[in-house]
Write a protein that binds this ligand. Sequence first.
Ligand code: ATP
Ligand code: MN
Length: 170
Amino acid sequence: MYDQILYPTDGSTGSEAAAAHVAALASAFDATVHVLHVIDIRGGGLGLSGAFLEEEGQAMSGRSPDEGYIGRHEEGPDPDEIEDELTAQAEELVEASAGSLDGIDLTTAVEMGTPHSEILRYADENDIDLVVMGTHGRTGVERYLLGSVTEKVVRLADPPVVTVRVDEGE
Ligand code: ATP
Ligand code: MN
């Protein structure tokens, strides 16, 4: 019934809450778990992250913050380097999330784009039978019933979606 389970994670406590349910379902159905993180490039994309990384580099090289943007731009890392760095961080994140799924048949994936769109696309392309995810994530406000990524996945996904609250995962 559930052969391919998708576990989207942003590395937050909210995501971790889902891990025990992912593990239990995967064991019960002898399923493969796909641990997926989407590098969120809404609102400015690599440009924004790039500026952030450049500032970090600047701090390390001891340059003053009021040096012009143009200088920074010329000396900053190129977009490929930024992408590599973000991808490396994302891979660490999925490995860490996968770490709590000992003994489960696993595959990990990193995509880049708008989180809910990439999660839905990944689910389609990989014949996912069940999605298990946190109700909340890294950036949200607790008083909302669901985070915006989960809300869109619940509304739009073809397979059933199990959502887990932090206090339920413990
Ligand atoms: P919001 O993002 O709306 O401010 P939030 O961060 O609390 O609020 P969501 O982003 O919807 O809520 O996170 C809920 C769940 O969605 C997470 O526990 C995780 O399972 C999944 N999720 C969120 N962002 C990503 C991402 N970039 N990649 C993979 N899964 C994600
Ligand atoms: Mn979020």
